[in-house]
Design a binder for this molecule. Sequence first.
Ligand code: C2E
Ligand code: MG
Ligand code: MG
Ligand code: MG
Length: 271
Amino acid sequence: RAKESGRDRAVLFEQRFHEDVEERRALEVALRTAIENEELRLRYAPVVDLATENIVGFEALVRWHNPDRGWISPVTFVPVAEECGLIRLIGDWVLRTACADATQWLRPIPVAVNISPLQWDESLIGNLQSVLAETRLSPERLELEVTESIFLIDTAECFALAKQIDALGIGLVLDDFGTGFSSLSCLGRTPFKSIKIDQSFIRSAVGGDAGSSAIIHGTVTMARALEIEITAEGIETEADLLLAKELGCTRAQGFYFAKPMDAEAVRQAIS
Ligand code: C2E
Ligand code: MG
Ligand code: MG
Ligand code: MG
């Protein structure tokens, strides 16, 4: 009997696995035509300066609206795009669209674009140059958000690329700090303009986790010394905001300020 239920479970698992693979393949097929069918959209999350409460920038966040499936989160489709080789195409679309949108803003504040580790190579430089030339956005108004995983592949090459991007005048932002290795040694050696502390860290610090608070505080102290901005992500409540200020973060982002908005709403928000 036990044996039988074990076998049933194995069959069930196999079925589910099969469905997952099918589902994944279907998603991949749909994603291949998403750009030409104009199914990708950008939403923008405001970045707020904690001292003045002014909006000092926006982060571009990609969404996929598919006629059969509805809205699909980047958490679902970015990994698929990375696996099936579509992330460069999508990443270029995001970069081009975000830069073009930013030229329409009345205040010349930066737009931040998330960059997949798979886009992080020599070809990125050429792409950046052509997008800036095409859209005529000033390089100081573009920021690239990368995660610590870019350092994993080839550290020397990674630093060289970071230097080239910095030389172009484009800002580098370290995203999701606290979720990876949080290698502090990388910070001093890379020209980061700001660090974004991941919302999971903020969440546990607000929940009373002393370790998380200490790490945020330590990061803030070091960032101050290096003159790097510190952005607290995922600020949802007054309590989150107070803690971010208490710990010395200089900027914040999150639903407390606004849900990610479309390009038209951004233009109105900063008029
Ligand atoms: P991320 O870059 O760390 O972006 C922050 C995510 O947290 C966004 O989710 C944002 O909507 C969400 N968020 C912001 N404030 C709050 C808050 O107060 N509460 C909660 N619960 N969530 C908040 P989103 O848009 O689903 O993006 C998730 C991740 O997908 C991003 O994390 C980024 O890693 C990736 N992603 C988004 N757009 C792109 C893109 O254009 N290219 C690449 N390669 N990745 C992207
Ligand atoms: Mg980001
Ligand atoms: Mg983040
Ligand atoms: Mg994140």
